[in-house]
Each structure stands twice: as structure tokens, then as C-alpha cells.
Ligand binder design. Structure first.
Ligand code: ARG
Length: 611
């Protein structure tokens, strides 16, 4: 407990040191000191939450109630209000708390000091919105996007791509070392028929790159031949090709590489349009192929496999079905390849944290792989962490599976094209094509289209199914990308149009230890801005990106409240001449756009300066 207290004090003492602790953490430290002062036998840490109602202060400490319960169990009866009063009296001197209020139930409402808030805000601005301090930096693998070769990337992969990329951005922002892996389905028996078809269709494929424009149709053609009873020879050759590919025959490898490349080029176009990080690298099933034999051997030797109807199964505790590690024909499965994958990530990559961003339909499969890895002894859950980060289905506006009008699955490139058309129409409706240059208009169109598609996904709780609706996502009111992008450009324009140079604002900022934020709306905005760090930490905990979306949206609403009543520039009503410039308010605008910018970067949204 001593160490706890030391730690608490260290947090409390580090005011403007390099470490960036959130207000919530600082308050926890203060109340912790109070708790151990009054009740030296208590081990428990304190619980501080944000308040929703400003009448109840900025934060609330609920510990008195917990203590009351705890004491009751010890046979001591003390009222929560009285405990709260003792805690408040034992709070060490500090620079955060303006006042506290104890409500009859025993909550302690905490009101922040203005100079504390303004100092935090000034630091935030001077350091250009740095990340909050995290206890430890990890090596993290994020497995996302992960489409299958020869099958078109579909909306499920789109969700994985958008959510995974944003989670990886967040982890990188706070300083983790992130490896982004796309676990593509680039191995398996379907390659036999693809290669056999390639040999027929482009006989000179070894010397000339085949112009496969559309891998989907190519796959369909191959499949038709494979299933055709009049082409028994084709089926046989397809099986042979699988064997040859497995034994790494150079010609088969060449054919396989070509097919993978075609698919990869198509996927890369989607990534490029959506500005998905180019740090995302393909490391799919083929990469782990050679390791699978050894994995099976290890599982066999460890006595983990049971022979049943010619198959080798692994029964994993708490899992309803066993894993099929070896099929009756001796082949391997998705289970086998994910076992090889997890072993490689834990033991060769030595990652501290392994994250799978996949649709919730695969939760059972991944959970089983994680549990199996633990049973086999590949990792210790107290040292490394594996986590399934699932998401729901994409539904159409009819709440049924997302399909085109004719009932076929939607191609991503066409979906993105439709987004562009709709976004251009929306901007034209507002006559933006008249005010913007061609380049500006196109930049705005792209920002709106791709921003909307991403934001609509990220702003919902990822666990739920999600209804894809261009009409909804292109609305310019409410918590949508269009609203936020507009808000952002308007805020940027305030300083730009004020005539005050960036340099003179910087000079003012450097010369002012604390911005004078006396108006209640200035204070409210400043409090919202310094909340940024808490939001980052809480989203880091849950990996629910909608928490960050809600925050940017609330921030832009609080900004509007401020801007409605606080003039940055005062002009003479008659002459239009500038009579007064409030530099600290311009800096509040700058801070707001800087924080929004950080959030957009994490969410993968590209704002534009004119819209
Ligand atoms: N390729 C798979 C699919 O499209 C997703 C792979 C996810 N990652 C993994 N390690 N299993 O369903």
C-alpha cells in the first residue's frame, strides 16, 4: 500500500513535468491519499467519473458509498455522507480542486479550478496536442482488412479495414510499436483450379504477364469448369496443380504469384482511395504454410490431438466444438493456419498484444485458437495478451444483408464510386461548385465521400450490426462526418479571416503563462478540450472508436456554444473597422481545430481547409 501512496503522490506532484496525466488520474491520486489517510487498512483504489450535469460539478467521486458497504461488512456502520466529509477533509492541498460538494447520498462533486484548467489548456496548445502518458509501451500486432484472394473484398472486409486502421492509428498515437498485418486468404485448394485455368487461358503466362482484368470473373469461370462433369480432365489437373503448388514447383509458384498480385492490385486501389495506412502489409495464410507441419507435430507430441474418423482434433476447454487440426485427407484447415499464426506472433514476433479485427462471426474460432495457444503453453496470459475485436454485420436500408438491387454482393470499388457521385451532388446542391475551384471542389468531394463512409462505421458501437445508408451518412446535421468537416473548416476560417498572423498568435501564447478564460463558455470549452486525454485513454481500454467520435461531436457542439456568445474579433457596427481582437479566443479556436485534427487523424478522416 505504501507504493500505491508513493505512486499517488508522484502523480500529484508532477504538475508540468514531462508526464501527461489526465485530470481524472490526478483526482484519483488525491482521493486515494484521502482514503488511505482516513482508513489505513483499505487497499482499494478510488473511482472517479465524469459528471453529465454541470450542476454536479466536473467530476464525481463515488468512493464513500463503496467504503460504506465495505465497513458494513466489517460490522461497522458509518453513513456515506459522513465518510464523504472525512475524505474531503483529508484531501491533500492541491492545485486542481476549486470546491467540492457532498450530496446527501454521499457523492462528492468536484469543481475544477479555473487556473488549473487554463494551465492544462495552455500546455496542450504549446505542446501541440501531445498524447497522454501511458504506463508502458507495447509491441502490438493488429490483424485487419484480411480479404481473400480471388474473392472480392466485401463490406465485411471494409469494416475490418476501417476499424482496424483506426485502432492501429490510436495505438501508434499513444506511442505503442504497431505492426499492421493483413491476414489474406492466399493459400488453399482454390488455387489449383485457378492455376489450371490460367494455364489454358494464358498459355504463355510464364513469359508475358496475363491481362486478368477481373479476378472475380476469372474465379467464376474456373469454378464452372471445375464443377462441369464434361471436363473431368480439368478437375484432375486442378488437383495436380494444388500438389505442385504445395511442393513449390517454380512454375506453379509463378502462376500463384501472378494471381495474388492481380488481387492485391485491386485491393490496393481501395486502400489508396480510403487512405488506409501504407504500413499495412500482407502476411496471410501462405506465409504460415511451412510452419503448419511443425505445429501439428508439436501438438501431437504434446498429446493434444485426438484421432476421430481419420481426423486429428483438438478439444479445447470451454469450447463447444473441437478444432480440426488435420483433415482425413491429411490436409490442414483454417484452424491449423491460425494456430501457426498465433504461435509465430507470440514467439517469433514476440508481441505483447495481439489484436484480431474480424467480424463477430469468427469470434468462436479465434477465441478457441487463443485458448488452445494457452493450453499448449505458447504464452502466459499475465505476460502477453491476445484479443478478439469483433464487429457486427453490414445491413442494407431494408435491414437485410447488404446487397445490390439485383441481389448480388456489392463491389467495393462501385460502392466508393457511388459515394463520390452522391457527395458531389450534395455539394452542388449547396452551390459549392460555384465558390470552390475545381481542385478544391474535388478535394471536398473526396473528403466528404470517404470521410462519411468511415465515420458512419466508426461512430456506431462496432459490436452492433450496422445499416449502410448513404442518405443518413451524408446528412449535414447531427453526429455525421459532413457536419464535423463543415465545423472544422469554419473554425479554421476564423483565424484565417481575422487577419492575425500565426506568428503573432504564437508569440502571444509563449508570452502568456495562462490564457485568461473568464467567460463561462470559454471555461466550458477549455474543460472539454483538456478532456481529450481521458477520452483517448478510455477508448484505448475499450477499443470502441465511437467513444472518440462522440467526443469530437460534443467538442464541436461546445465550440458552437462558445462561438455564439464570445466574439473573437469585435468590429465597429458602422464602419466595420476592427476595434478589438481577443487573441486568447482565437487560441481557443486553434486549440479546438488542433484537437479535432488529432481525432480526425486517428479516425482516418482527411479534413479540407475549404468546403
Ligand atoms: N481472410 C479471413 C476472412 O476473410 C479473415 C482472416 C482474419 N484473420 C485471421 N487471423 N484469421 O474471413
Amino acid at each position: 500500500r505504501k507504493i500505491h501512496l508513493q505512486e499517488a503522490l508522484r502523480i500529484r506532484e508532477s504538475k508540468s513535468a514531462d508526464a501527461i496525466y489526465t485530470t481524472q488520474k490526478r483526482l484519483e491520486a488525491l482521493f486515494h491519499v484521502a482514503v488511505v489517510t482516513v482508513y489505513p487498512m483499505i487497499e482499494e483504489f478510488v473511482n472517479i467519473v465524469n459528471t453529465c450535469d454541470p450542476r454536479h460539478g466536473d467530476y464525481q467521486c463515488n468512493t464513500a458509498m463503496q467504503l460504506c458497504q465495505w465497513l458494513k461488512k466489517q460490522g461497522k456502520s458509518e453513513k456515506a455522507v459522513d465518510i464523504a466529509a472525512l475524505l474531503v477533509a483529508a484531501l491533500p492541498p492541491n492545485d486542481l480542486i476549486e470546491s467540492t460538494k457532498i450530496n446527501p447520498i454521499g457523492f462528492v462533486n468536484v469543481f475544477l479550478r479555473n487556473d488549473y484548467v487554463t494551465e492544462r489548456l495552455t500546455t496542450l496548445l504549446r505542446k501541440n496536442v501531445p498524447p497522454p502518458t501511458i504506463p508502458k509501451k507495447f509491441k502490438v500486432i493488429v490483424d485487419y482488412s484480411s480479404p481473400n484472394i480471388a474473392k472480392e473484398m466485401h463490406v465485411g472486409h471494409l469494416r475490418s479495414t476501417i476499424i482496424g486502421d483506426s485502432i492501429a492509428n490510436l495505438l501508434e498515437f499513444v506511442g505503442h510499436d504497431v505492426l499492421r498485418l493483413s491476414h489474406i486468404g492466399d493459400w488453399g485448394t482454390q488455387f489449383g483450379m485457378l492455376i489450371a485455368h490460367l494455364q489454358d487461358k494464358f498459355p504463355n503466362y510464364l513469359s508475358v504477364s496475363p491481362p486478368i482484368g477481373d479476378l472475380q470473373s476469372f474465379y467464376r469461370e474456373a469454378k464452372v469448369r471445375f464443377d462441369d462433369p464434361n471436363e473431368p480432365e480439368f478437375k484432375k489437373r486442378a488437383y495436380n496443380c494444388v500438389v505442385e503448388l504445395q511442393s513449390r514447383n517454380p512454375d506453379s509458384i509463378k502462376a500463384w504469384t501472378m494471381i495474388v498480385d492481380v488481387s492485391d492490385r485491386e485491393n490496393k486501389q481501395v486502400y489508396k482511395r480510403l487512405k488506409i495506412s501504407d504500413k499495412l502489409q500482407n502476411r496471410g495464410e501462405s506465409f504460415y504454410d511451412e510452419m503448419m507441419k511443425d505445429v501439428v507435430k508439436q501438438l501431437d507430441e504434446g498429446g493434444h490431438l485426438k484421432l476421430e474418423d481419420g481426423r486429428k482434433l483438438m478439444f479445447v476447454p470451454d469450447c463447444p466444438i473441437p478444432m480440426t487440426v488435420v483433415k482425413s485427407d491429411g490436409g490442414f484447415t483454417y484452424d491449423t493456419s491460425d494456430m501457426a499464426t498465433i504461435r509465430h506472433r507470440l514467439q517469433v514476433e514476440k508481441c505483447d498484444w495481439n489484436i484480431y479485427v474480424i467480424d463477430s462471426g469468427q469470434k468462436g474460432h479465434i477465441d478457441m485458437v487463443i485458448k488452445a495457444a494457452e493450453v499448449v503453453g505458447w504464452y502466459n496470459p499475465s505476460e502477453q495478451k491476445n484479443q478478439f475485436v469483433g464487429f457486427g454485420l453490414v445491413l442494407g436500408e431494408d435491414s437485410k444483408k447488404f446487397k445490390t438491387r439485383s441481389g448480388t454482393t456489392i463491389r467495393l470499388s462501385e460502392l466508393l464510386d457511388e459515394g463520390l457521385t452522391r457527395s458531389a451532388a450534395k455539394l452542388q446542391e449547396k452551390n459549392r461548385d460555384k465558390d470552390l475551384s475545381k481542385e478544391e471542389f474535388e478535394a471536398a468531394r473526396d473528403a466528404v465521400a470517404y470521410g462519411c463512409i468511415k465515420y458512419a462505421d466508426l461512430s456506431k458501437n462496432r459490436i452492433s450490426d450496422y445499416i449502410f445508408s448513404f442518405d443518413k451518412m451524408l446528412e449535414d446535421r447531427g453526429n455525421t462526418a459532413v457536419y464535423l468537416l463543415y465545423a472544422y473548416t469554419r473554425i479554421r476560417a476564423i483565424t484565417r479571416n481575422s487577419g492575425v498572423s500565426a506568428e503573432s498568435l504564437q508569440e502571444y501564447l509563449q508570452a502568456t503563462p495562462r490564457l485568461p478564460l473568464d467567460h463561462p463558455k470559454e471555461f466550458k470549452l477549455a474543460k472539454k478540450l483538456i478532456q481529450f486525454h481521458e477520452v483517448i485513454l478510455s477508448v484505448l481500454e475499450s477499443l470502441l472508436m465511437n467513444g472518440l467520435c462522440d467526443y469530437v461531436y460534443e467538442l464541436s457542439c461546445v465550440f458552437t456554444e462558445f462561438y455564439d456568445v464570445c466574439y473573437c474579433i469585435e468590429k465597429d457596427r458602422k464602419t466595420g473597422e476592427i476595434v478589438r481582437i481577443h487573441k486568447h479566443r482565437l487560441l481557443l479556436c486553434e486549440a479546438t481545430s488542433a484537437v479535432m485534427d488529432r481525432c480526425f487523424k486517428i479516425l482516418g478522416i482527411t479534413p479540407v481547409s475549404k468546403m
